[in-house]
Design a protein around this ligand. Structure first.
Ligand SMILES: NC(=O)c1ccc[n+]([C@@H]2O[C@H](COP(=O)([O-])OP(=O)(O)OC[C@H]3O[C@@H](n4cnc5c(N)ncnc54)[C@H](O)[C@@H]3O)[C@@H](O)[C@H]2O)c1
Ligand SMILES: O=C(O)C(=O)C[C@@H](O)[C@H](O)[C@H](O)COP(=O)(O)O
Ligand SMILES: [Zn+2]
Length: 363
């Protein structure tokens, strides 16, 4: 089992990675000093509940005398909404949560973002624990960004709210559909590309083991990728500068995700967004064409789409990108590659260059 401490805004928390973590949830809560005298709320989705992961958590809680309610959301991005949040607040109220209650976010990034948002806002904030069950959630469970969406605009209503702990059960990943494993790989590739070229190369050498959820390889991937994420978040929790590098691939990625009404997964959009951002980096003279080729090869090897859907026009993509949270004054803001493992942030990329790259990478 891997246990790593991260300190964000003066508050340390632990990331635990290994097999059978979920079955020990109660023990971890005891270690964290969570009270049995307060009621807690487990938030999960229907798929996660149906695969037996919820049962592991609730059995462990019961065994150690924790009382809890369970709130189950439908799977998918549509659940990250204010409407669904209102229902969850009602569930929290019915359960009788108090300020010592803890929200347990059991699921992928959708559950993590949603449950974290509930925890950040209910009673002006209660504690929460992340119990990630997807590969992609190595990114979403760590770092404290929690949010719901506004119509087609991703994560527009949210907060920064750090978890009490991240408890990552590698066994849970074994029930994940391969499409979701591929999707999670996109964020891991991103972590390599922005800060750790050796991680990027290692991922490419281990794609097959990752996709068959080899225990040791998966634990190493999660730990190394989380390390990149935590090092960035520890320096800049509120995205005043550096943290924006974690958005590599997301300027175009988020626009495609919203405009395609979530037909593509988040990781798929990040994958094709990284390919386009790498091409843009070449266009702007920041890196060599060889680097962009390596990015495209990696995304392809992960089994992810490399092209922007042809039905989306450059106009609608650009309009959506101008609303990006990284942008100020409606400029086009991109995280761009200067090499494998290093990036810069450009807050005002010329529209005609972006347009040319979109046309080239559409298909
Ligand atoms: N907060 C952040 O920093 C951050 C970072 C990256 C992504 N995100 C967000 O995360 C979301 C994407 O997360 P995701 O890819 O995990 O999607 P997800 O939570 O929708 O999970 C993907 C699918 O897998 C199912 N699932 C989850 N765990 C399972 C398991 N163990 N076995 C079988 N099925 C399982 C889910 O029900 C869902 O159908 C997006 O909303 C994205 O914006 C947030
Ligand atoms: O943690 C971050 O910061 C990230 O940018 C991680 C991204 O992978 C993630 O998709 C995040 O939710 C995007 O944040 P947003 O502020 O662009 O919505
Ligand atoms: Zn992301």
């Amino acid at each position: 089992m891997i246990r790593e401490r991260v300190e964000v805004a003066g508050r340390p928390y632990e990331i635990v990675i290994g097999p059978d973590v979920l079955a020990r949830t109660g023990t971890f809560l005891q270690e964290l000093g969570v009270k049995t005298s307060s009621k807690h709320l487990v938030i999960t989705d229907e798929n996660v509940a149906s695969k037996g992961h919820l049962e592991k958590v609730t059995s462990s809680l019961m065994e150690l005398g924790f009382t809890y309610d369970v709130y189950i959301i439908p799977p998918g991005e549509e659940s990250k909404s204010l409407e669904r949040a209102t229902e969850a607040y009602e569930a929290a109220y019915r359960a009788g949560l108090d300020r010592r209650s803890v929200v347990l976010a059991l699921g992928g990034g959708v559950v993590g973002d949603f449950a974290g948002f509930i925890a950040a806002t209910y009673m002006r904030g209660v504690d929460f624990v992340q119990l990630p069950t997807t590969l992609l959630a190595h990114d979403s469970a760590v770092g404290g960004k929690v949010a719901v969406n506004l119509a087609h605009a991703k994560n527009l209503i949210g907060a920064f709210h750090q978890p009490l702990a991240v408890l990552y059960d590698t066994e849970a990943l074994k029930t994940l559909p391969v499409r979701e494993l591929r999707s999670g790989l996109a964020e891991a590739i991103k972590h390599g590309l922005i800060q750790d070229g050796a991680l990027f190369d290692w991922i490419l050498e281990h794609v097959e083991e990752i996709l068959r959820v080899d225990d040791a390889v998966m634990a190493e991937l999660l730990a190394r990728s989380c390390r990149v994420k935590t090092s960035v978040v520890a320096e800049d929790e509120r995205e005043n500068g550096l943290r924006a590098i974690l958005n590599f691939g997301h300027t175009i990625g988020h626009a495609v995700e919203g405009l395609m009404e979530y037909e593509y997964t988040h990781g798929e959009c990040v994958g094709l967004g990284m390919v386009a951002a790498a091409e843009l980096s070449v266009e702007l003279g920041l890196c060599t064409p060889l680097v962009a080729e390596d990015v495209e090869d990696a995304v392809e090897k992960a089994g992810l789409p490399t092209r922007i859907p042809a039905k989306l026009s450059a106009d609608e993509l650009i309009a959506s990108m101008r609303q990006d949270k990284k942008a100020t004054g409606g400029t086009l803001t991109f995280v761009l590659l200067t090499g494998k493992g290093s990036v810069v942030i450009d807050k005002d990329v010329p529209e005609e260059t972006v347009r040319a790259v979109i046309e080239r990478k559409r298909g």
